[in-house]
Ligand binder design. Structure first.
Ligand code: ADP
Length: 371
């Protein structure tokens, strides 16, 4: 399989001794939209800069389309980079900004004009081609930065928090445009962000980083519903973490002894779940069923086994077709649950008792200690 981008055992230690990226391994297929997600300082930008060539690699291999490019200069690589502040040239108009990369390459004028016209058209910038960039809005500047990066026809587009400078509404609409554009062009995008909503909305796969290391590589939905580490379970989505010790494992379902009695989840990573091992159940909010306290116990057991935790309903709120429920366990732990109104209306009331319940296969068990 030929990959567009491959990082193999890549490390980066800065001259001052900071280990910024540790044993990074990733294979990216052509046309994938990849996001690097993680808190500030976890090594996202360093990794992106190593791919672009603006930062050297301490050890490991970086391959683009099967060719090792560790020592290749940035301008020789088939990559283009968009920076958070866009780095537009304020003294040039839109067209001159967009043509810049082709001018540098000394492309014949007729060919250059044709390519520039095409990309201005694609990004809806034709009408403002003669405007100075300094007077344009954030959204327009964003599009100019995109046009300037794409006109050189890179194999891989690298984006460093490109929506960071935009307000929330604009971010949403540009997110959509970006996704459509990427699909249309079919080129590989590698995107850095610390905003999970952005990564979840845009990417085919998300690389979650923490302190220089990869924590998890997954498609958005899987990351949301199946976090594979304590860090990811806390950082992404809305998970309840229920620590315990292993009682038994049957057919990939592990039962833990917890503060709420025996509770179970799926052992997707194939961890050696021997009796007594300290593990946690990761329960995503969307896996939770809220059962009214007066439901016959037999019926509850048939659906959910022992996966039931008594709780008090603090608040019920209906927004559209969705019921939002704030509930509290007896130990004070609060969780949020949501579900379709038809399922919950008339069955639950604020201030009343209920059970948080789930099917074992919808929760995941992971180690309680970080690796
Ligand atoms: P992120 O993009 O996830 O915020 P960075 O890649 O910018 O993280 O930084 C990762 C680590 O490397 C941080 O500890 C940061 O302080 C350090 N770092 C980044 N750039 C440099 C540099 N030029 N010199 C020394 N340390 C750096």
């Amino acid at each position: 399989m030929a990959y567009d981008l491959q990082l193999t055992n890549v490390y980066k230690t800065y001259d001052n001794g900071t280990p910024a990226v540790i044993d990074f391994n990733l294979d990216v297929e052509k046309g994938e939209f990849i996001a690097f997600l993680g808190p500030s300082g976890c090594g996202k930008s360093t990794t992106l800069r190593m791919i672009s060539g603006f930062e050297t690699i301490t050890s490991g291999d970086l391959m683009i389309r099967g060719k090792r490019v560790n020592d290749q200069l940035p301008e020789k690589r088939p990559t283009s980079m968009i920076f958070q502040n866009y780095a537009l040239f304020p003294h040039m108009n839109v067209r001159q900004n967009v043509s810049f990369g082709l001018e540098v390459k000394k492309m014949p004028r007729a060919e250059m004009n044709r390519k520039v016209d095409q990309i201005l058209e694609k990004l809806g910038l034709s009408d403002i081609a003669g405007f100075p960039t300094s007077r344009l809005s954030g959204g327009q500047r964003q599009r100019i930065a995109l046009a300037r990066s794409l006109v050189v026809e890179p194999d891989i587009l690298l984006l460093d928090e490109p929506l960071g400078a935009l307000d929330a509404n604009l971010r949403k609409s540009i997110q959509n445009e970006l996704k459509l554009l990427q699909r249309d062009l079919g080129i590989t995008f590698v995107f850095v962000t610390h905003a999970q909503s952005e990564a979840l909305a845009l990417s085919d796969r998300i690389i979650v980083m923490n302190a220089g290391r990869i924590e998890q590589i997954s498609p958005p939905r899987e990351l949301y519903t199946r976090p594979s580490s304590q860090f990811v379970a806390r950082f992404i989505g809305s998970n309840t973490i229920l620590p315990g010790t292993v009682l038994e494992q049957t057919d990939g379902i592990v039962v833990l002894q917890t503060a709420f009695g025996p509770l179970a989840g799926a052992n997707l990573a194939g961890i050696d779940a021997h009796a007594g091992r300290a593990m946690s159940i990761i329960l995503p909010a969307e896996a939770v069923d809220l059962l009214p306290a007066d439901m016959p116990e037999q019926e509850m057991r048939a659906g959910f086994g022992t996966n039931m935790i008594p709780c008090t309903i603090d608040r019920l709120q209906i927004v559209g077709h969705i019921m939002h429920m704030d509930v509290r366990f007896d130990d004070g732990q609060k969780i949020k649950v949501e579900g379709h109104v038809d399922k919950y209306r008339d069955r639950l009331k604020a201030g009343g008792k209920a059970y948080v319940a789930w099917k074992s296969a919808k929760a995941t068990v992971i180690d309680s200690q970080e690796a």
